[in-house]
Design a binder for this molecule. Structure first.
Ligand code: GLV
Ligand code: GLV
Length: 335
């Protein structure tokens, strides 16, 4: 395909090898260079492989910043296989006329399911129980052993009432929970009552964060945040590790400021083995599995391919993060 756009794809895509599979559709319309390893391309390799490309299909593990963009003069589109795009310097992309697309919507339910899995696991101390069974610490049934906290009828506080927060709130209704939410703006139709952040933290038995990671949200779950929660309350994070001050969370767990936490995301990922979070008590931890179902990851890959192909064909992608890019740089195709 001499005139086909050239794209670099930074990991094998889910969805199999059928003709309508995401990667096959991309290969039908573009010359694809695929990073075959299961680990992310190091920055230098990313730069070298993306340098001559028109498009990039990236994962949340890749840093897309100004130096990379400057090394890729032909680049017109970056399609991120994620709803979050904190790994991308969007302003730098916009300034260079590079469209950025993401994959919202299709992972909402999978991530909300994972949030509830973690919430229940922490509330009912499931990993502790499993460890006890496997290590021989399971004695005869005892009325006060490994007691958790009720989920049914409890109060759930949702910080960040977006798509995923709303899906978590809908699940909470099935557990007859009272739902509070806190957001910068009123969220019309949100299945819960709006509260101030302090009010939410003071009243909730479970607090779940559903915020994108930005300069404003970085580290907002800090020592003061945990101190405002109830001592029996449990903190849940399926958003981004960076919204949490992790040493403060580890201390809050160790000092009994809160009863437990369940996190699917950390900073960095993976955590180094000596990270204080890993030795903190009452922490349920999962390796960033929020969207990790066959069905969801396949839909994400299809959307990521759709977004990349639309942008490269000069059409407006459905999930365009930076509409200004289309008018800002108006980058000429070189070569
Ligand atoms: C996953 O964390 C995503 O942002 O899609
Ligand atoms: C518990 O197993 C009960 O029967 O109450």
């Amino acid at each position: 395909m001499p005139d086909a756009p050239r794209v670099f794809v930074t990991r094998a895509l889910p969805g199999g090898g059928a003709p309508d599979a995401p990667l096959a559709r991309l290969r039908a319309a573009a010359t694809v260079d695929l990073w075959e390893a299961d680990t992310p391309p190091p920055a230098a390799a990313l730069r070298a492989r993306a340098a001559g490309c028109d498009g990039l299909l990236s994962m949340l593990t890749e840093r897309i910043d100004a130096p990379l963009l400057d090394a890729c003069p032909r680049l017109r589109a970056v399609s991120n296989l994620a709803v979050g795009y904190d790994n991308i310097d969007v302003a730098a992309c916009t300034a260079r006329g590079v469209a950025v697309t993401n994959t919202p919507g299709v992972l909402t339910d999978a991530t909300a399911d994972m949030t509830f899995a973690l919430l229940l696991a922490a509330a009912r101390r499931l990993p502790e129980g499993e460890r006890a069974v496997r290590t021989g610490a399971w004695g005869p049934w005892h009325p006060t052993w490994l007691l958790g906290h009720a989920v049914t009828g409890a109060t759930l506080g949702i910080v960040g009432p977006g798509r995923i927060g709303a899906a978590v709130a809908r699940r909470a209704r099935g557990f007859e929970m009272r739902v509070l939410y806190h957001g910068r703006h009123e969220a019309p139709g949100f299945p819960g009552a709006r509260a101030t952040l302090d009010g939410l933290l003071a009243r909730s038995d479970y607090v779940s964060v559903h915020l994108p990671l930005t300069a404003e949200t970085a580290g907002i779950c800090d020592a003061a945040f945990f101190a405002k929660m109830q001592r029996h309350a449990i903190f849940v994070n399926t958003a981004r590790g960076g919204v949490v001050d992790q040493p403060a969370l580890a201390r809050a767990l160790r000092d009994g400021v809160i009863a437990g936490a369940a996190v699917d995301v950390t900073a960095p990922e993976p955590l180094p083995p000596d990270d204080p979070l890993l030795s903190a008590p009452h922490l349920v931890i999962a390796p960033h599995l929020g969207s990790a179902t066959e069905e969801t990851r396949t839909r994400m890959a299809q959307l990521a391919v759709d977004g990349l192909l639309a942008a490269l064909a000069g059409r407006r992608p459905q999930h365009l993060v930076n509409p200004q890019a289309l008018t800002a740089g108006c980058r000429e195709v070189v070569g």
